[in-house]
Design a binder for this molecule. Structure first.
Ligand code: PBG
Length: 323
């Protein structure tokens, strides 16, 4: 008689029969950078995560590299005074984000650094594109993104991260990078990014809540799956190096479909709200937050993700190291 329980009978057979193994190699740690020195603040909805100034982010990256984390996605916290309609600060070479990226790559050339290439952190409208008459413009925003991508690539980062979920981003940025001698700079494409309520804590951390409306005319409808395949096909053909699905846990089916259909790596972004839910339930004593964290990360990997952006990266790497 076939009895599947025989393969679960001891720790040894469970380990041997294990189909998916989570390792620290899978993690990309998103970090929030603020201007200044010796500055550290904790977003209220993301306990354990900090906005860090350059000196402290360098220390954090060093500690993470020692734990075996290799990838970092760096997001700028931009003060309101720097924001305008056209995200002009985003490509000013004197802007602190660009200067810090350069410093990070200089100190840690072995770290894989990914940028955020979108207008919203710098936009006084809190949107990812130029806003006119309540509309978010697609093509008119390309020039700004091109300048932003070039300025970021010039700092020596490894990958540009177009995250605005509008049309022709990857192709436009690939061309402009190639034309300017940055053919080795990769593109981490936010391919299937959904209009999700799970981004709430991130927007609080960055103070980037849209000033009006929502992001439904550019981010995807959570009801759709075929549309993610179309987005992936376009990004693949435009030259993306990695296709990302975001959020992760509510979209494991999308990760699985992309992984099955494209022969380039698929990334999953385990977003801020997914982090906060586990942390909050853990603080209340309603869930074991360590176990739910590891189970979530493992499940994201099982669904087909080759790499996972996660605020749990450091905590999970510490656990994996002590195992
Ligand atoms: C915006 C951006 C967002 C996130 C990453 N880049 C938020 C948004 O689209 O409003 C969310 C990440 C998270 O929730 O952890 N370009």
């Amino acid at each position: 008689m076939r009895r599947p329980r025989r393969n679960r009978a001891s720790a040894a057979i469970r380990d041997l029969a294990e189909e998916t193994t989570l390792t620290t190699n899978d993690f990309i740690f998103p970090l929030f950078l603020i201007e200044g020195i010796h500055r550290k603040s904790e977003p209220a909805s993301m306990p354990g995560i900090f906005r860090l100034s350059e000196d402290l982010i360098l220390k954090e990256i060093e500690a993470c590299l020692k734990l075996g984390i290799k990838g970092f996605a760096i997001f700028p916290v931009v003060a309101a005074a720097y924001k305008d309609k056209y995200a002009s600060e985003s490509y000013d070479p004197e802007f602190f984000y660009l200067k810090s990226l350069k410093r990070i790559k200089k100190e840690f050339p072995e770290a894989l650094v990914i940028t955020d290439t979108a207008m919203d952190p710098y936009s006084s409208d809190g949107h990812d594109g130029i806003v006119e008459g309540g509309k978010i413009l697609n093509d008119e925003t390309l020039n700004i993104l091109g300048q932003m991508a070039l300025a970021q690539a010039g700092t020596g980062v490894d990958m540009i991260g177009p995250s605005d979920m509008m049309d022709f981003r990857v192709g436009y940025i690939r061309n402009i990078l190639d034309e300017n001698g940055f053919s080795d700079t990769g593109i981490m494409s936010y391919t299937a990014k959904y209009a999700s309520a799970f981004y709430g804590p991130f927007r609080e951390a960055l103070d980037s809540i849209p000033k009006f409306g929502d992001k439904k005319t550019y981010q995807m409808n959570p009801a759709n799956s075929d549309e993610a395949m179309l987005e992936a096909e376009l990004d693949f053909n435009e030259g993306a190096d990695v296709l990302m699905v975001k959020p992760a846990l509510a979209y494991l089916d999308i990760i699985q479909r992309l992984k099955g259909a494209f022969n380039i790596p698929v990334a999953a972004y385990n977003v801020s709200g997914e982090y906060s839910m586990i942390k909050a339930a853990g603080e209340k004593g309603w869930l074991d937050s360590e176990k739910t964290m590891m189970e979530s990360l493992l499940s994201i990997k099982r669904s087909g993700a080759d790499m996972i952006f996660t605020y749990f990266a450091k905590e999970a790497a510490q656990l994996l190291k002590n195992q």
